[in-house]
Write a protein that binds this ligand. Structure first.
Ligand code: ATP
Ligand code: MG
Length: 449
């Protein structure tokens, strides 16, 4: 029976809430939450993420009185679960029974390794109502999680990364310059994304690249991918960054406008931040916009190191189709050129296809022979179909894709545009729920892990 609405009854607020996270290959981790009433869905996913760092968990389940599994994937459903749980606790108290923890089952997780990477103390509790053989017990309040993540960042930063500490796992994708791996950083227990780029360059140039990358340690924005360090091994550079469990936007089909609006706000904020540091992105495109199940959107692969960009360019085949017309014509590059790429990227994400029908993806990449891109220079810019999208969105794209660079919006005009203002409401849950749903759909098409 579910008790609708409201928080737990007052009498139940004093004992701490113990959530037992069931690990798919056996065992469980007990998480003591104190105080419990403000607990959010996101907090629970964060803790599951620490317990099962290899898996991407987008939802979890609990059992009702009939043993049926009920899925939780939002704050509303969390509230319903807590109400149900507190009702059973009350019944257990009235009957003088032992209070059982709230047992939850992370959904669609890959089995974690056997490692206890967080160093939690194993505490097999004799006489516990639960008979799981390896219950791990510790207190993990959500504010201590935030602190530990900041500490990890400190440990990881400032050149402390090295090849020996990294275990490469899955390939996340291949780009023109290199390959991105999901990797495990052994000392911190953190999952990273590591981009390996083969580069045959002199030691001098390697040093120059390392010093140009220094600025990345100073980039501190929630709209920019976290940078943990870089190192050269033989003839390749490894760039270690924050892992985003939703991946890049190029693999999502047509994104609904209310989700895209929130994503656009984050991208505009990320670009504005970079421009404020006098950094031009130079490679704005959907594959360089990353999302995660927390609903965060972050930019990656911006050109902070001229030397790195030049060295990679030598191995490039073709020209990037998101480039502004002036750049295709070999003219000067500026903030306005990033704004064009922003416009064309969001037009593609809204339509679910590249806006110029004559330009087709070539093996998943939009690197094209230069001649094919001449239509971007010669033709009128495409426009979003008015009936299908809101007037502010159509206007936003049209402005970003003006052929004349100076006619495109300046940074402050982007932030003040009605489309951006409308969706600048801090509602990360819209993106979070959409990412979770898309990942679940993708998984159900792929079958079990
Ligand atoms: P290009 O080389 O033309 O820029 P690209 O951006 O697709 O193309 P990469 O930057 O090498 O190529 O990235 C390859 C793929 O790896 C991306 O498309 C993205 O899906 C994935 N990826 C990159 N960085 C991360 C990250 N930090 N977290 C999760 N996935 C990532
Ligand atoms: Mg990229």
């Amino acid at each position: 029976m579910l008790v609708p609405g409201g928080g737990p009854p007052r009498a139940m607020e004093s004992p701490p809430l113990v959530i037992r996270i069931t690990i798919p290959d056996g065992g469980a981790v007990d998480w003591t939450v104190h105080p419990a009433p403000q607990l959010l869905f996101r907090d629970v996913l964060d803790v599951i993420g620490q317990v099962l760092p290899d898996a991407t968990t987008t939802a979890f389940e609990y059992e009702d009185e009939d043993g049926d599994r009920i899925t939780v994937r939002s704050d509303e459903e969390m509230k319903a679960m807590l109400s149900y749980y507190y009702t059973t606790v009350m019944e257990q108290q009235v009957n003088g029974q032992l209070i059982e923890p709230l047992q939850i089952y992370p959904r669609a997780c890959k089995p974690p390794g056997k490692r206890n990477i967080h160093g939690l103390k194993v505490n097999t509790r004799a006489g516990s109502a639960n008979n799981s053989s390896s219950a791990v017990s510790d207190s993990l309040p959500s504010n201590s999680l935030k602190k530990s993540s900041a500490e990890l960042k400190k440990i990881l930063a400032n050149g402390q990364m090295n090849e020996q500490d990294i275990q490469y796992r899955d390939v996340l994708g291949h780009g023109n310059g290199g390959t991105v791996y999901k990797a495990y950083h052994v000392p911190s227990g953190k999952i990273l994304a590591v981009k390996l780029i083969p580069l045959d360059i002199t030691l001098e140039l390697q040093k120059q690249i390392m010093s140009e990358l220094e600025i990345l340690y100073k980039c501190d924005s929630s709209y920019i991918i976290g940078f943990y360090g870089a190192f050269f091994v033989e003839n390749r550079i490894s760039l270690c960054t924050e892992f985003m469990d939703g991946g890049s936007l190029d693999v999502y089909r047509k994104i609904p406008e209310h989700v895209l609006g929130r994503i656009a706000v984050a991208v505009v904020k990320g670009l504005t931040y970079l421009w404020s540091l006098k950094i031009l992105h130079r490679d704005v495109k959907p594959s360089n916009m990353l999302v995660n199940t927390r609903g965060q959107v972050k930019l990656c692969d911006f050109g902070v190191s001229t030397q790195l960009v030049n060295s990679i360019a030598k191995t490039y085949v073709g020209t990037n189709a998101y480039m502004a017309p002036e750049r295709i014509s070999g003219e000067q590059y500026g903030i306005h050129s990033d704004v064009w790429s922003l416009g064309i990227s969001f037009m593609e994400l809204a339509l679910g296809r590249f806006p110029y029908p004559q330009i087709q993806k070539n093996q998943g990449s939009l690197m094209q022979p230069l001649q094919l891109l001449q239509c971007i220079v010669d033709e009128e810019s495409p426009v979003l179909p008015v009936g299908e999208f809101s007037e502010p969105f159509v206007h936003f794209i049209t402005q970003c894709m003006r052929k004349q660079p100076k006619e495109r919006p300046a940074p402050e005009d982007l932030m003040g545009h009605p489309f951006i203002m409308q969706y600048n409401d801090g509602n990360a849950e819209v993106v979070s729920m959409w990412v979770c749903r898309m990942l679940e759909e993708r998984r159900s098409h792929q079958g079990p892990p």
